[in-house]
Ligand binder design. Structure first.
Ligand code: SF4
Length: 474
């Protein structure tokens, strides 16, 4: 029996984290194949809301061709005596959780990146109209957030109507983000945490500070403050900053304590402004990934919407898998676009001076926040599609990382005759939980850091060529 008798499928927290594969999907809303998609929450005056109303603009689920992707907009409008516009971001982020409570309905990402799928199974059970989804959202929102007194939901599937509203939504997101800029981490004594994504990544805890926006890019420090005050038992909570242990890496005793508690002891230490050592964990809904490119000693950045492979030959999905799941992985770091606009962005790793490559689209979005002298030194896909092209570009433009290549070369020369001496160890991997299977036993290393004397990075392609050459000689 369903949680709601008039809804044809089950609704409950057990369905969070359910994935729907392409072959099992009835329809897809938004997602990587669709440009225009958004979800938006707005706080309105009570007289502007028709409580309980669901509106569908465009074809309903039952009228949509099976196995196709559609432009999509989801607008949640709410009113209540205690509701402030500051809560819009937090209310909007709950759409993710509540949609995922519906059996056979998957919701990924946020804002302009949303990706929803309805399963064939749930469609066949009768979930064939947005009316049902609207009803579920109204009931869950009102029961979980009693400050919402009135609510109406609008689903937009007509592409002509989605487009202008999508552009409007982008402007609203930008206004919200701009409002949160300016305040510094040093000026507050509280940060905020969020565990909304623990259904997908049980050890992940977002630490939201004025200068480190949440990974999903949907919750600012102001949003966190508003959420924690109206719903203190909810997924967004207050973190007392405590003692500043390291101002450059961004280590705070209060953050360590809070993260340890909320990750049930799995994560014991977090450095907020670096991708190395104890980086902030990543769940799965980060807007972009910063990935270290050892060949040039710099970072590449890839955003979720980028269809091609990054300069190191890897697509977003592979890079995202390298860091998702609530882990701390050296050199792979889930980030929001707004964090790239922060002065604390990878501060301990040399910030923008260490960024060497990013897609043109995302570079344009953050261009005015990149130090002027570096803008033309950071390559996009138009200047470099391979590591060799990237090296040539960085050298030609005099990117700051190039000086570290020279230093390394000199250092290698100087130390070469002393090879027999104890070589410095290079950190290779960090993991809070690292299972190894050997001889019929499973060994779990906790808080593991793996070091090596020498690291050889070779592309699979050149490895095959090398092997091919070897066998040809025989
Ligand atoms: S990415 Fe972080 S802030 Fe955003 S919903 Fe997930 S846990 Fe919360």
């Amino acid at each position: 029996m369903s949680m709601f008798e008039d809804i044809p499928v089950e609704v409950g927290v057990i369905y969070e984290g359910e994935r729907i594969r392409r072959k099992d999907m009835q329809i897809e809303l938004g997602g990587p194949d669709v440009k225009e998609k958004f979800e938006l929450a707005r706080v309105k005056k009570p007289e502007e809301i028709e409580d309980g109303k669901t509106t569908i603009i465009g074809p309903d689920i039952k009228d949509m061709e099976a196995e196709k992707s559609y432009p999509f907009g989801l607008l949640i409008e709410v009113a209540g005596a205690k509701l402030e516009p500051e809560l819009e971001g937090v209310i909007e982020r709950r759409i993710h959780a509540y949609c995922n409570f519906i059996e056979g309905f998957m919701h990924l990402n946020q804002r302009y990146d949303i990706w929803l799928r309805l399963s064939k199974k749930s469609f066949q059970k009768g979930l064939n109209s947005f009316e049902y989804i609207g009803k579920v959202l109204q009931r869950l929102f009102k029961s979980e957030l009693p400050i919402i007194e009135k609510m109406q939901v609008t689903f937009i599937t007509n592409p002509e109507k989605v487009k202008p509203l999508y552009n409007e939504a982008l402007e609203i997101y930008e206004t919200r983000d701009a409002k949160a800029r300016g305040l510094k981490d040093e000026e507050v004594d509280k940060f905020y945490g969020c565990v909304l994504c623990q259904s997908f990544a049980p050890t992940h805890v977002c630490v939201i500070t004025p200068q480190r926006y949440s990974n999903c890019g949907a919750i600012s420090w102001f949003d966190g403050r508003a959420a924690a005050s109206v719903d203190p038992k909810g997924p967004v909570f207050t973190i007392e900053k405590g003692e500043m242990v390291d101002p450059v890496k961004g280590e705070f005793s209060g953050v360590n304590e809070a993260v340890k508690k909320k990750s049930l002891g799995e994560i014991t230490k977090v450095w907020l402004y670096t991708a190395f050592g104890y980086p902030h964990t990543s769940c799965g809904c980060f807007e972009g990934v910063a990935f270290f490119i050892p060949e040039v000693d710099g970072f590449g950045i890839l955003h979720r919407g980028y269809k091609d492979t990054a300069v190191n030959g890897l697509p977003f999905s592979t890079l995202a898998d390298s860091t998702a799941g609530g882990r701390q992985i050296d050199g792979f770091h889930g980030v929001s676009i707004e964090y790239m606009r922060s002065q604390k962005f990878l501060q301990a790793d040399n910030g923008w001076k260490r960024v060497v490559w990013m897609p043109k689209e995302v570079k344009e979005r953050v261009k005015s926040f990149i130090p002027t002298e570096l803008v033309d030194k950071i390559a996009t896909e138009e200047q470099a599609k391979t590591i060799d092209e990237l090296k040539a570009f960085l050298k030609e433009r005099g990117h700051p990382v190039v000086s570290s290549w020279k230093e390394e070369a000199v250092a290698v020369e100087e130390t070469a005759p002393l090879e027999s001496e104890e070589a410095p160890l290079i950190p290779v991997a960090t993991a809070s939980t690292l299972p190894i299977t050997a001889g019929g036993f499973k060994i779990i290393l906790k808080d593991a850091k793996i070091y090596a004397k020498k690291v050889i990075i070779r592309s699979e392609k050149s490895e095959k060529t090398r092997k091919g050459e070897g066998s040809a000689k025989k």
